[in-house]
Design a protein around this ligand. Structure first.
Ligand SMILES: [Zn+2]
Length: 98
């Protein structure tokens, strides 16, 4: 979602970052105080599944000797890639106004 549907305020990168890392993700317009919630779409499910699947395959083949390091690296690399879906505005996101 690039702009607020009510007042056309353009959401900034930090607006979206705050939404992406929040436990209760809401995109709030600073200008008119409209609040939006991202809906789960099939695109998000596909994106997440593909990323998790690919990274599991890669990590399974590269790091085998140290399990703690393995899991830490896996989370440190996979989670930011998953968050990119929320961070960048694109047409596959769907938001509902609360
Ligand atoms: Zn607005």
């Amino acid at each position: 979602m690039k702009n607020c549907t009510e007042c056309n305020y353009e959401f900034t990168f930090s607006d979206r970052l705050r939404e992406a890392i929040s436990f209760k993700p809401r995109l709030k317009c600073k200008k008119c105080n409209s609040v939006y919630k991202q809906q789960y779409t099939i695109y998000k499910v596909i994106y997440s599944s593909v990323i998790i699947f690919i990274s599991l395959m890669i990590f399974d083949n590269i790091f085998l000797n140290n399990h703690i390091l393995n899991y830490t690296l896996y989370i440190l690399i996979t989670v930011p890639i998953l968050i990119i879906f929320d961070l960048l505005p694109h047409k596959f996101q769907k938001y509902e106004k609360l």
